[in-house]
Design a protein around this ligand. Structure first.
Ligand SMILES: [Zn+2]
Length: 226
């Protein structure tokens, strides 16, 4: 089972990635984490990963593809895997399809968590951080016991500059500019869109159904793109 997870900042992707990993006994691979680990390891590939991180993830598709190819060849991916943060460009998606075909792996199930901008803005602007210990709260979903005060140390909660509405809207625009061409390339019939504005449990349920459905299709040989 090969899953690709796409979704805008604030859509709850991390939570759902963890759920899917547990549900289907596959590793959830965040490419950002893979790059950081490779960079730390200081291997030749690692040196290239460092340069990716330094440039905000936007370098050479070939290097990124190589790092992903070597990561998914590892033992823990034998039953499948979930990728979060890859592919980030259409050429990466094309190379990934070729890699899967070359290794005779099924085509990926592409999950797209869709949440309206207004909902994302409401969620993200509700984030508060403790000025003392850095703990993150959310006035909507994870409020502190006493309004405006940290549960742990009682220090005042503040909103972070990168949670300002204008910054969030910029991030959402950047996300769409990057992601829409990739979703277009896979094509609507190969994408399972899940409403990410529901409660985390309801989203889990919807994703679970979408994955099973998409997985059956992938195994019937449908959905390979080239
Ligand atoms: Zn605190």
């Amino acid at each position: 089972m090969i899953l690709l997870l796409f979704g805008p900042p604030g859509c709850g992707k991390g939570t759902q990635a963890a759920f899917l990993a547990e549900r289907f006994h596959i590793p959830a691979i965040s490419t950002g984490e893979v790059f950081r680990a490779e960079c730390k390891a200081g291997t030749p590939l690692g040196k290239m990963a460092c340069s990716i991180l330094a440039k905000g993830g936007l370098v050479d598709d070939e290097i990124v593809n190589g790092i992903v190819a070597s990561r998914i060849a590892r033992e823990d991916c034998a039953q499948g895997f979930l990728l979060d943060g890859y592919p980030r460009t259409v050429p990466q998606a094309q190379a990934f399809s070729k890699l899967l075909r070359d290794r005779q792996l099924p085509s990926p199930v592409v999950i797209h968590l869709h949440v309206e901008d207004s909902v994302l803005v409401a969620r993200l602007t509700a984030r508060r951080q403790c000025s003392q210990c850095g703990h993150i709260y959310n006035r909507l979903s994870q409020p502190s016991r006493v309004e405006g005060r940290c549960d742990i140390d009682g220090a005042p909660l503040v909103s972070r500059e990168d949670d300002a509405e204008s910054v969030i809207l910029d991030r959402l625009r950047a996300y769409r500019t990057l992601t829409n061409p990739i979703l277009d390339w896979y094509g609507p019939s190969n994408i399972r869109t899940v409403d990410g504005s529901l409660t985390p449990d309801a989203v889990q349920h919807a994703i679970d159904g979408a994955v099973r459905n998409g997985h059956a299709m992938a195994f019937n040989g449908l959905g390979h793109r080239s």
